[in-house]
Design a protein around this ligand. Structure first.
Ligand code: NAI
Ligand code: MG
Length: 365
């Protein structure tokens, strides 16, 4: 049977960018004989409007069954006053939690045509293609004890960085598998110099590394890593790090390359029966209420999220590269959605024009 894909467009610009991804998916079905069993469902505010909940049990069950989930974005001002338990974000959080997506992949990829868009020098970023693997379900954002307590005559804010060996082991394995599919180079970042969790992190990653002798493993303190990411990011290929450091490092690395409208992501869990990990793919950006409904959204982040799905869930790395090259081609041709233009910029293209151009570039590939 065909590989299965659940599409959850969500709110705001989510459905707009997903319409363009559907064109790409259709292209693969008709021109490359790669048909997907695609089903589509509601998430976030749109699900709340229809069902009074940001994610129904039926949608949750479907997400558990498919080979991959592709999500647009959720949220918007219309839902800001809702009770926390039914806020759009809760739909996304439920997906991540129940699918147990513990490894968050954030690529920082710099298309040559956009190298001048970066705040760094062209030669530092041009051609950059790295992935940060961030542990997503444990660490200081979840560790107990936590809270604000009274201590004598003042209050104390407490969070606990806590990692079990198995939590480190599984995210490390995920990162090594990724490194095997890429350039067999992995850098692990922690602060083993000042943190016990960092000492354990380094030990466990080193141990897991023995199962991947082909991968060149290095370790770096996370603060030095932040510096190296800005100084010469091309020294890295895959980086694996904890939840807190990954939050900071992935946001910083992303901005090496330009616009929010360009950034894909993947969240991976444990391997399924077919050996591929459970997976949710989504652009990094949100629902962008300020431009929703105007045909201005850049669909590339969502299209590149589908490219990640091709590579990591559907064993179609060559097709993922084909799609990334189609994106590179339209950018090199000068096509820009509004977010990719400076103040004085030329005429922007619409969401649909960008999607059509990428499909045309696929046709020409
Ligand atoms: P946002 O990412 O939606 O927008 C930030 C800025 O970037 C806006 O000016 C927007 O127009 C622009 N932008 C974002 N994506 C773009 C694209 N594809 N093309 C062109 N411009 C783009 O973040 P914001 O404004 O903080 O949040 C808006 C809503 O989205 C909120 O309800 C928030 O909770 C939700 N959100 C949802 C996320 C998700 O679904 N994963 C992630 C982040 C925010
Ligand atoms: Mg963040």
């Amino acid at each position: 049977s065909n590989p299965s894909l659940l599409i959850l467009p969500g709110d705001g610009i989510g459905p707009e960018v997903m319409t363009e991804v559907r064109k790409v998916i259709d292209w693969y079905g008709t021109k490359r004989d790669m048909a997907f069993d695609v089903s589509e469902d509601l998430v976030g505010g749109s699900a709340y409007d229809a069902h009074g909940t940001p994610l129904t049990d039926a949608t949750m069950a479907k997400a558990q069954e498919v080979d991959a989930v592709l999500l647009g974005a959720v949220g918007g001002p219309k839902y800001d006053a809702l009770d926390f338990s039914v806020k759009p974000e809760r739909g996304l959080l439920r997906l991540r939690k129940e699918m147990d997506l513990f490894a968050n992949l954030r690529p920082a990829q710099c298309f040559d045509a956009l190298a001048d868009f970066s705040s760094l020098k062209r030669d530092v970023v041009a051609g950059l293609d790295i992935v940060i693997v961030r542990e997503l379900t444990s660490g200081i954002y979840f560790g107990e004890p936590r809270g604000i307590i009274e201590d004598g005559n003042e209050r104390v804010g407490i969070n606990t960085q806590r990692y079990t060996e198995s939590e480190i082991d599984r995210v490390a394995r995920n990162a090594f598998e990724l490194a095997m599919r890429r350039n067999r180079k992995l850098c692990s970042m922690e602060k083993a110099n000042v943190m016990e969790s960092g000492v354990l992190w380094r030990e466990v990653v080193t141990e897991v590394g023995k199962d991947y002798p082909e991968v060149e493993l290095s370790h770096m303190y996370a603060d030095a890593g932040a510096m190296q990411l800005c100084r010469w990011p091309k020294q890295f290929d895959v980086i694996v790090t904890d939840n807190l450091f990954g939050d900071l490092l992935s946001d910083a690395a992303a901005m090496l390359t330009g616009s929010l409208g360009m950034l894909p992501s993947a969240s991976l869990g444990a391997p399924m029966a077919n050996g591929r990990p459970k997976a949710l793919y989504e652009p990094v950006h949100g629902s962008a209420p300020d431009i929703a409904g105007q045909g201005k959204a850049n669909p590339i982040a969502c299209i590149l999220s589908f490219a990640m799905a091709l590579r990591y869930s559907f064993d179609a790395g060559d097709e993922a590269t084909r799609l990334e090259q189609a994106v590179e081609k339209v950018l090199a041709d000068g096509l820009r959605t509004a977010d990719l233009l400076g103040e004085e910029g030329a005429q922007p293209v619409s969401t649909a024009e960008m999607g059509d151009a990428i499909v045309a570039a696929l046709d020409a590939s």
